[in-house]
Ligand binder design. Structure first.
Ligand SMILES: [Zn+2]
Length: 442
């Protein structure tokens, strides 16, 4: 039932781990720890806002992309419309030219016709000079060539040839007029279609302008979110370095505290050791004085009944080794892992270290005792016994009388043990009692 140096190291590592874990879990006791918690809280808020901003930015970028696609589509439509529009305008110019030439042809035809009519009129006048003047006057007064021709037909006074000539002119005139009006209708239609296209282009331009305005506004928003994101990133980084600095500060504080405690413990141990040495010196002086004045003592190996009667105090059984790896009382067994009452104290020491009798008395057991391994039990009288377990060597025999301080065995790790140590027990009427009530380290 024991342990070894390794256990102490493991314990120390566990303590460090617990300290580190405590800092990590945000369970620090110090003001620095509270500051770390606060900064971490701030950090969490900043990161939360940051992810909100990034999400919003992402949404805006998505919308921006969609609008850009729409813009591309509108641009495509606009290009198509403009093409159609320019084609229509070209057509329009063609028709307008046609109309112009038709107009010219019409004017030429009209002029020719009028000239012809003039010639015809003078001939008619000379031909029918002496006839009934009234009708002729009426005829000659006709304003336009068409009504003149109609009237002249009624009078049947002109030659067939003249009639044909005039009829040809009439037909030519009508034809030119018809062609001109056709061209004009086509031009009108083309003009209407061009206007429609122009309107469509205007509308597309308007939509495009609106889209561009929306794009501008979204880009502005993205820029703004970019700025906000940068600012939050900067804040987050700053908080991170602040937390880092605080964590380092907390570690330094913990290290300083541990160093201070270690120094204090060392001072306490040194003081205890000095006191014990003083006490031992005093006892030795007293014993020498008693020996000088009293009866002569027995040999070291042989009985000296007086010490077995148990009046004097016990002495530490392992001189030079004062650290305990396990104390008396309830503990978790290092090998079996079960919770048990530990019946003694464990004092680690290298194998072969001499074990001294805590007090003079009679050896009642010297041999293997189950889990205790090689064991010595000494009876000191008055129902008081001491036990020394896990020994590597036993140097006394059952029934032998030993004096206080006599080397009775060597430290080992026999029985149920995880490393070389002395398992030391004090029993009163067979029941284990707190050994530290009887022996003091040092
Ligand atoms: Zn033990």
């Amino acid at each position: 039932m024991g342990s070894k140096q390794k256990k102490k190291r493991a314990l120390c590592l566990a303590l460090i781990a617990a300290l580190v874990a405590g800092m990590g879990l945000g369970l620090p006791a110090s003001a620095t720890g509270a500051a770390i918690d606060q900064k971490k809280e701030e950090q969490a808020q900043v990161r939360n806002r940051l992810s909100g901003v990034q999400l919003e930015k992402q949404e805006n970028i998505g919308e921006n992309e969609q609008l850009l696609e729409e813009k591309d589509e509108l641009d495509g439509l606009k290009t198509a419309s403009e093409l159609t529009h320019s084609e229509l305008l070209e057509k329009l110019r063609y028709y307008e030219a046609q109309i112009e030439s038709a107009n010219r042809a019409y004017e030429d035809a009209t002029a020719l016709c009028a000239e012809q009519a003039e010639l015809f009129k003078s001939r008619v006048r000379s031909m029918y000079m002496d006839s009934s003047g009234n009708a002729l006057e009426l005829l000659l007064e006709s304003k336009d060539i068409t009504s003149f021709l109609e009237k002249i037909e009624l009078y049947s006074v002109i030659s067939e040839h003249d009639k044909d000539v005039l009829e040809d002119y009439k037909l030519a005139l009508a034809d030119v007029d018809y062609k001109r009006s056709m061209q004009m209708a086509a031009a009108e239609e083309t003009e209407a279609r061009a206007a429609e296209q122009r309107q469509a282009i205007d509308e597309l331009n308007l939509s495009r302008a609106e889209l561009e305005a929306r794009l501008d506004s979204i880009q502005g928003k993205i820029d703004q979110l970019d700025g906000l994101e940068d600012e939050l990133q900067r804040q987050s980084k700053k908080l991170e370095s602040e937390i880092q600095a605080l964590v380092e500060k907390a570690a330094a504080e913990a290290a300083a505290k541990a160093a201070k405690e270690a120094a204090e413990k060392k001072a306490r141990e040194a003081a205890a050791k000095a006191a014990a040495a003083e006490k031992a010196a005093a006892e030795k002086a007293a014993a020498e004085k008693a020996a000088a004045s009293g009866a002569g003592g027995g040999g070291s190996g042989s009985a000296s009944g007086s010490s077995a009667s148990g009046g004097s105090a016990m002495r530490w059984p392992l001189p030079g080794y004062f650290t305990l790896s396990s104390t008396f009382g309830t503990r978790t067994h290092p090998v079996t892992k079960t919770v048990k009452k530990h019946t003694g104290i464990d004092i680690p020491a290298p194998t072969g270290t001499s074990i001294a009798a805590a007090k003079g008395g009679t050896v009642i057991i010297s041999g293997v005792q189950g889990g205790y391994g090689n064991t010595v039990v000494i009876s000191h009288g008055d129902g008081l016994t001491t036990l020394y377990g896990h020994c590597s060597k036993l140097l006394v025999k059952s029934g032998q009388t030993v004096q206080q301080g006599a080397v009775i065995a060597k430290v080992g790790s026999t029985g149920v043990s995880t490393g070389p140590h002395l398992h030391f027990e004090v029993r009163k009427n067979g029941s284990p009692v707190q050994p530290l009530d009887y022996v003091k380290a040092g």
